[in-house]
Structures are given as structure tokens and as C-alpha cells.
Design a protein around this ligand. Structure first.
Ligand code: 5GP
Ligand code: ZN
Length: 113
């Protein structure tokens, strides 16, 4: 599997990991768009939100929960933050492995396209 995030999961590519459990991994984005920019991913390869199966919804819930806890740990929970999922070409998804962006630490504008 030449998926870059699968290689981060298997530690073939180094990354600044901030959280991991049996199913979820979180690390700092290599090209941060905000003072806090983390990526929260399932360890299992799921290509995009469009590929998420019904029975994987609890996994998505855990990813959101991890993001919320990390926001707290990174000190942006009170000031506020944004979770973003890009899906597919027109959604701006560049890495074809489901991921949640956690952005915070500066005033985010209404950049919804
Ligand atoms: P997308 O556009 O697919 O939603 O976002 C992919 C994100 O992954 C980008 O913000 C990009 O900077 C980040 N990224 C791509 N390759 C790597 C990598 O090898 N390491 C880390 N830490 N982040 C990466
Ligand atoms: Zn993958």
C-alpha cells in the first residue's frame, strides 16, 4: 500500500504523533494552516468519507471525540477551533485516506469555498 497516511500509521514515514490508540492516530500536519493543525485518521485505510461504511460510523464518532480531546489538550477548546473533512476532488481532498483536520489557534474566517 503506497498510501502516505498508511505509511505514517506503519511508521515507515515519520510524523509528529500526538495521539494514538488501537483504531485512531493523530499527528501534526506537515504544512500547518493554523498554529494548531492536527490530522486525525483511522488506522484502517478508508479512502474517503464517501467510502465510510455504515458499520464504521462508531469509528468516525471516536475520531471526532479524539479531536475534541486534543483541542482541549492543545489549549484551543475555549477559544474555538474547526474540524474539516475534505472529500473527493472538488472537495479538495489530496490524500486518499480519510482524515479530519483540526484547525485552531487563530481567527478562522468563513472559508467555505
Ligand atoms: P487534504 O487536502 O487531503 O484534506 O489534506 C491533506 C493534508 O495532509 C494536507 O494538509 C497536507 O499538508 C498533509 N500531509 C500530506 N502529506 C503529509 C505527510 O507526509 N505528513 C504530514 N504530517 N502531513 C501530510
Ligand atoms: Zn491509507
Amino acid at each position: 500500500m503506497d498510501c502516505v497516511f498508511c505509511q505514517i500509521v506503519s511508521k515507515k514515514i515519520p510524523s509528529d504523533i500526538v495521539y494514538q490508540d488501537g483504531e485512531v492516530l493523530a499527528f501534526r500536519d506537515i504544512n500547518p494552516q493554523a498554529p494548531v493543525h492536527l490530522l486525525v485518521i483511522p488506522k484502517k485505510h478508508i479512502a474517503s468519507l464517501a467510502e465510510l461504511a455504515e458499520e464504521e460510523l462508531p469509528l468516525m464518532g471516536r475520531m471526532v471525540s479524539v479531536a475534541s480531546k486534543l483541542a482541549e489538550r492543545e489549549g484551543v477548546s475555549e477559544s474555538g477551533y474547526r474540524l474539516v473533512i475534505n472529500c473527493g476532488r472538488e472537495g479538495g481532498q489530496l490524500v486518499p485516506h480519510l482524515h479530519l483536520h483540526l484547525l485552531g489557534g487563530r481567527q478562522l474566517r468563513g472559508q467555505l469555498g
